[in-house]
Design a protein around this ligand. Structure first.
Ligand SMILES: [Zn+2]
Length: 127
């Protein structure tokens, strides 16, 4: 999937803005601050204006060991959520935008629903 650099980071931020709403027991600002730190650092890297999603992910991944310690720490906080997110994966690898219409039954709650058109998202597909 080819993606523009601006869209790659825009989609990361869009995902981050809704992600913690799914977990109201945690302080969303901690997650969002850590994610924003990593994104802001990654934006300073020498990245193409447009390329395959994997190229962006790979270049950022390979640059991380050389990143300042606070970035590595921030990445450690958000990494598992990035890795396991079907939502982020759809945004980056399938060209989707954030879904906006809640499923009538699952009402926007994320889960592992396999017998509904909303899939794991709790939202109806955009098209
Ligand atoms: Zn549903």
């Amino acid at each position: 999937m080819r993606i523009k650099k601006v869209d790659y980071f825009r989609k990361f931020r869009a995902w981050g803005s809704i992600y913690m709403n799914q977990y109201p027991h945690e302080d969303p600002s901690i997650f969002q601050n850590n994610l924003e730190k990593v994104i802001t650092w990654a934006e300073t890297l020498d990245l193409p204006e447009e390329d395959e999603t994997d190229v962006f992910c790979g270049k950022i991944w390979r640059a991380l060991p050389e990143a300042p310690e606070d970035i590595i720490k921030a990445y450690g906080y958000v990494q598992i959520d990035i890795d396991k997110s079907y939502c982020l994966s759809r945004l980056l690898y399938c060209g989707e935008e954030l879904r906006t219409i809640p499923c009538p039954e699952h009402k926007g709650r994320w889960g592992f629903i396999r017998d509904c058109i909303c899939g794991d998202s709790g939202f109806l597909p955009n098209d």
